[in-house]
Design a protein around this ligand. Structure first.
Ligand SMILES: OCN(O)CCCc1ccccc1
Ligand code: NI
Length: 187
C-alpha cells in the first residue's frame, strides 16, 4: 500500500516536470497504479488507518507525487453531510484536460496545503471558479464533466501537479491575501 514514504516532497525535480500522457488502452500497470492511488486516499481519510500508518489526510493525489511522471490523478472527496455516504467525487482521471473554464475565479477561504509540502504556506490560491474537464477513467471510458466549488479547486490542484505547478505558485508573493474583488471564497 502507498504510505507517506512513497510521496516525494518539494525540492524533488519530478514535481516540476510536465508529466507524460498515458498510453491508451490503459496498461495493467497504469490501472493498478490508479487503484493504489485511490486506495491511499481512502485510507488517509479513515481515522484508524491514517493513525496506524501515519497518513496525512488527502482528497487528491497526482502520480508525480509518487515520482511517477504520468498524467494520472486520483480524487476522493467525501460527501460534506453525514447522512449520505456517497462521495462528492471519487474517481481516477487519466490524461485529464481542462477544456474550458469560467472567467470568474475562486479560492479556498483557508488556503491550500499539499502532501508534498511539509510546511504551511498561507495565502489565497486563486483558481478558476468553474471548469470543464475531459479524461479517461480506470475502465477506459471517456468523460467530459463540469465542476465548480470545492471539486473544481481540488481537480485544478491535481492537474497543476501533472504540469509541474505547486499551489503556492498561485499565491501573490507581495500580498498573499490578495484576491480579485469578484472572487468566490469557498469554505
Ligand atoms: O496533490 C494532492 N495533495 O497534495 C493533497 C491536498 C489536496 C488539496 C488540498 C487543498 C486544496 C486542493 C487540493
Ligand atoms: Ni498537492
Amino acid at each position: 500500500m502507498i504510505t507517506m514514504d512513497d510521496i516525494i516532497r518539494e525540492g524533488h525535480p519530478t514535481l516540476r516536470e510536465v508529466a507524460k500522457e498515458v498510453e491508451l488502452p490503459l496498461s495493467e500497470e497504469d490501472i493498478e497504479l490508479g487503484k493504489r492511488m485511490q486506495e491511499f486516499l481512502k485510507n488517509s481519510q479513515d481515522p484508524e488507518l491514517a493513525e496506524k500508518y501515519k497518513l496525512r489526510g488527502g482528497v487528491g493525489l497526482a502520480a508525480p507525487q509518487l515520482n511517477i511522471s504520468k498524467r494520472i490523478i486520483a480524487i476522493e472527496i467525501p460527501s460534506q453531510s453525514e447522512e449520505d455516504t456517497e462521495p462528492l467525487l471519487s474517481t481516477v482521471m487519466y490524461n485529464p484536460k481542462i477544456v474550458s473554464h469560467s472567467v470568474q475565479q475562486a479560492a479556498l477561504e483557508e488556503g491550500e496545503g499539499c502532501l508534498s509540502v511539509d510546511r504551511p504556506v498561507p495565502g489565497y490560491v486563486i483558481r478558476n471558479a468553474r471548469i470543464t474537464v475531459t479524461y479517461h477513467d480506470i475502465n477506459g471510458e471517456e468523460h467530459k464533466i463540469r465542476l465548480k466549488n470545492y471539486m473544481a479547486i481540488v481537480v485544478q490542484h491535481e492537474i497543476d501537479h501533472i504540469n509541474g505547478i505547486m499551489f503556492y505558485d498561485h499565491i501573490n508573493e507581495e500580498h498573499p491575501n490578495y484576491a480579485p474583488d469578484d472572487v468566490i471564497f469557498i469554505q
